[in-house]
Design a protein around this ligand. Structure first.
Ligand code: OAD
Length: 278
């Protein structure tokens, strides 16, 4: 990564009236949460046809409940151990400086919030929330709630009940209507949460700079977001270790790890008299 590329991005951020970030699993990789795709990714160990959708999981549950429990345990433990890295922290500080107006994320971890961002639009839901399948009421489980779930995984026997019913036992009943709770995350073949998706589209269409960090850009409709921003005239800054389908619309591309890159970028922004620069 060349310093002059970073300088251009810093100048762009300082010029921008509304900068927004769009993030994917790559931003949390340096926090120890595996990405989905690529070597060592979640889908490498747990194929998405069996573990990435509710039908696949229900079937897997019938034939191999221990494997489903391992999957849930791996995901939850990674979530619980992870801490925000310099990329999450830099976004939090850019928000505090009123340069960054929102983060649209595909991630279901809570590292943007822990990194100091307040306006986080989670288009694929959040692992630390449960949602009622009947009335839609949400319940925040927090880290403590997730720790209790990890502990109870070893106690609750599988196989005797269907997967969704078992999940309902794990998550408890809805406090509003007594309905069955499920994780508030978007599995494959499910619709995105309408509120979050409308907000994400509105942010994309009204920003003038979008930081696109650590996403493969191949999962739709999420991957439309940078295209909406581009069509509305925004500059696109891609930060990724690899080239992606979004690279072709990038105004600037910085190839490198998100944590290291965003850390350097923020130090550069801080070290300059940025009012003069802007
Ligand atoms: P992917 O796993 O598809 O892609 C991760 C991206 O991050 C790749 O482009 C990597 O090159 C890049 N990357 C990896 N490590 C990095 C690092 N340290 N710094 C910068 N970039 C890095 O993850 P997503 O694009 O987030 O959907 O995947 C999108 C969706 O696919 C997810 O939200 C999930 C998944 O199926 C659902 O769960 C609905």
């Amino acid at each position: 990564m060349e310093e002059k590329d970073l300088e251009q991005v810093v100048r762009g951020l300082l010029r921008a009236k509304k900068a927004v970030a769009f993030t994917g699993a790559g931003i949390s990789a340096e926090s120890g949460i595996p990405t989905f795709r690529g070597e060592g990714g979640v889908w490498d160990k747990y194929p998405p046809s069996r573990f990435g959708n509710l039908l696949g999981l229900s079937w897997e549950w019938l034939v191999n409940p221990g494997r489903v429990k391992d999957f849930i345990k791996d995901v939850l433990e990674a979530f619980l151990q992870a801490q925000p890295n310099p990329a999450h922290l830099a976004l939090g500080r850019l928000e505090a400086l009123r340069i960054l107006k929102s983060v649209i994320t595909q991630n279901i971890d809570n590292l943007h919030e822990k990194g100091g961002c307040h306006k986080v639009i989670k288009i694929h839901g959040s692992l630390d929330r449960a949602r009622c399948s009947r009335c839609g009421a949400l319940r925040l489980m927090g880290d403590q709630g997730l720790r209790e779930i990890v502990q109870s995984l070893g106690i609750r026997k599988g196989r005797r009940v269907g997967f969704l019913k078992w999940l309902g036992y794990l998550l408890g009943e809805c406090e509003s209507c007594g309905g069955r709770m499920r994780p508030d995350i978007v599995f494959f073949y499910e619709a995105l949460p309408m509120d979050a998706w409308s907000q994400a589209m509105a942010e994309a269409q009204s920003c003038d700079l979008m930081l696109v960090i650590g996403t493969s850009g191949i999962v739709y409709p999420a991957a439309q977001i940078p295209f909406l921003a581009k069509r509305a005239g925004a500059e696109i800054v891609e930060i990724n270790q690899e080239v992606s389908p979004l690279s072709r619309i990038a105004t600037y591309r910085i190839e490198g790890p998100a944590g290291e890159t965003m850390g350097k970028l923020f130090s550069l922004l801080e070290s300059k008299n940025f009012r003069e620069w802007g």
